[in-house]
Write a protein that binds this ligand. Structure first.
Ligand SMILES: [Zn+2]
Length: 120
């Protein structure tokens, strides 16, 4: 009478051994699918077309907010809010820094207006 139990447990063990590879295969396929998704997601985000970075993207200002002249890469640049504020000459950055935030915002708005007008 114990034998029946042994037998049934043997069969259930056998069944497990039979089912397990299938389950593993399912897990493998799920992992593989996830891997493909993760890869394509990372691949897409690495593409230069989509600058969807988690960090706030910075806007480069192409004109000096002080003189409204075209900014030169040799001059200093200052990070303000999410802008890279560029200047036409050294010294303008100091002038910019001494402005109040309201004045800075106003200057940046002027620069953006100017560079957007130039772009189109
Ligand atoms: Zn300047």
């Amino acid at each position: 009478m114990n034998r029946d139990r042994e037998l049934s447990s043997f069969f259930s063990e056998a069944a497990k051994d039979y089912i397990r590879p299938i389950r593993d295969m399912k897990n493998f396929l799920r992992l593989a699918a996830f891997g493909v998704l993760a890869f394509s997601a990372s691949h897409v985000s690495a593409a230069p077309k989509s600058p969807a970075k988690p960090a706030a993207k910075r806007v480069d200002l192409k004109f000096c907010p002080i003189a409204m002249e075209e900014a030169k890469p040799s001059a200093n640049s200052v990070k303000y809010k999410n802008y890279n504020v560029n200047f036409c000459c050294p010294g303008c950055d100091g002038a910019f820094k001494s402005l109040s935030n309201a004045e800075k915002d106003k200057k940046i708005a002027e620069v953006l207006k100017k560079q957007n007008a130039k772009k189109s």
